[in-house]
Design a protein around this ligand. Structure first.
Ligand code: SAM
Length: 377
């Protein structure tokens, strides 16, 4: 396979992030090909990639030789690469997020439609690389969200796609706030096949932190698709053969305050705002001074915050848990409750005062509890 199809080296780091130009490795196109082959896909289906980049998904032609393919991308250079390798595709160079309708892409209203691809994901509010990100193009109001990838899903719903076979961050499904943003898509689609893999499999991602991506085949099922309850019990599978579900664990965030609030306690103990595991690993825990991100800790819940502090210190996290809230096993927590406080006190003496070094046994106890919590094998 020619490397140009899967590689966006013509772009600067800044433009690659703004356009979300991380192209799909061939093995995931192959996987999607296998999933689609199990469906009754005849030549009446149009197959479209509206953010096609170098055209990685047009290799599907090998299997779906009789189908019409359409391709679109805002990046003319990438489009020229696709045109070179996949001349059978009908191309356009348009903003896929503006004036979203079938006519724009030359798809008749009565045609069956399969959307494939890997839309740009770009959370405009996220702090990582935030300085590089900006809104580059107009997005229709009815599909506008803070993340381009979620807007892309909403556009597929607007286009009435019968199947959607795409790659997107797992967080769109498992984070309730994201799921809500994409709800108008999710409620009309059910999952037929999927696999979760590490974002680091995309080229040019070495400077970006790893997060779980899902390659997934959705089928349209109007008003009978996904709801968040079904996601909570959904069994996800990774490319490495590990299965996991949100319901397998308890989550600290269900028992503490995650965000700054107005309650005040004595003694004053401050903790950094909590998001997901990846954010905890990057961010801070106990704070010495009040900032706008400071959460006041209810002293009765101190062990739970100390657990977060120890989790940050000791947990070795598989990439697929990166967007989870911090898990724990509630009914076994009393076995480490005192130890996590001893450890955090020692490491944050500027907050808790002079504290003696915890015995190694206490550390081992906490470590093995955390190991059990993050182990899904
Ligand atoms: C993650 S890449 C995927 C490329 C290709 N589908 C693949 O899977 O390899 C995202 C693509 O979206 C394109 N893109 C970003 N914003 C766009 C927009 N507003 N309209 C059309 N394409 C856009 C980028 O140029 C980039 O090629």
């Amino acid at each position: 396979m020619n490397p140009k199809i899967n590689c966006s080296n013509h772009l600067t780091d800044k433009n690659r992030i703004n356009l979300g130009s991380f192209y799909t490795p061939h093995k995931y196109v192959k996987l999607i090909e296998q999933w689609l082959s199990k469906e009754q896909i005849d030549s009446s289906y149009v197959i479209g990639d509206l953010t096609c980049g170098g055209g990685a998904f047009f290799k599907l032609k090998d299997k779906f030789a009789q189908n019409k393919f359409i391709g679109n991308d805002i990046d003319e250079y990438a489009l020229n690469t696709a045109k070179t390798y996949f001349p059978f595709v009908t191309y356009s160079c348009l903003n896929a997020f503006s004036n979203v309708c079938r006519v724009k892409f030359g798809i008749k209203s009565d045609k069956k439609l399969i959307i494939v691809g890997n839309p740009p994901y770009n959370d405009t509010t996220s702090l990582i690389n935030g300085s590089l990100k900006k809104e580059l193009f107009h997005i229709d109001e009815d599909i506008k969200t803070r993340d381009l990838g979620i807007s892309a899903l909403l556009s597929y719903n607007k286009l009435n796609a019968d199947y959607v076979a795409v790659l997107h961050p797992l967080s769109y499904l498992i984070k309730q706030a994201n799921f809500k943003l994409g709800e108008r898509f999710f409620k009309n689609y059910k999952i037929l096949d999927h696999v979760v893999f590490n974002s680091q499999e995309f080229e040019n991602t070495s400077k970006l932190s790893a997060f779980p991506v899902i390659a997934v085949l959705y089928k349209r099922q109007v008003s009978n698709g996904l709801n968040y309850q079904s996601i909570k019990t959904f069994q996800f599978h990774t490319i490495e053969g590990i299965s996991f579900s949100l319901k397998d664990r308890d989550y600290i965030s269900d028992y503490i305050e995650k965000y700054p609030h107005k309650k005040r306690y004595t003694p004053e103990i401050l903790f950094y705002t909590q998001r997901d595991i990846n954010a905890l690993k990057r961010g801070k825990t106990f704070l010495t001074t009040r900032t706008s991100a400071a959460v006041d800790v209810n002293p009765k819940q101190l062990p739970l915050y100390c657990y977060l502090d120890c989790f940050k210190r000791y947990a070795v996290i598989p990439y697929f848990l990166g967007n989870f809230n911090v898990p724990f096993i509630k009914n076994e927590f009393q076995t480490i409750e005192k130890d996590v406080v001893t450890i955090s006190r020692y490491y944050h003496q500027n907050i808790f005062g002079e504290s003696k070094k915890p015995e190694q046994q206490k550390i081992e106890n906490v470590r093995s509890y955390i190991e059990k919590v993050v182990s899904f094998i």
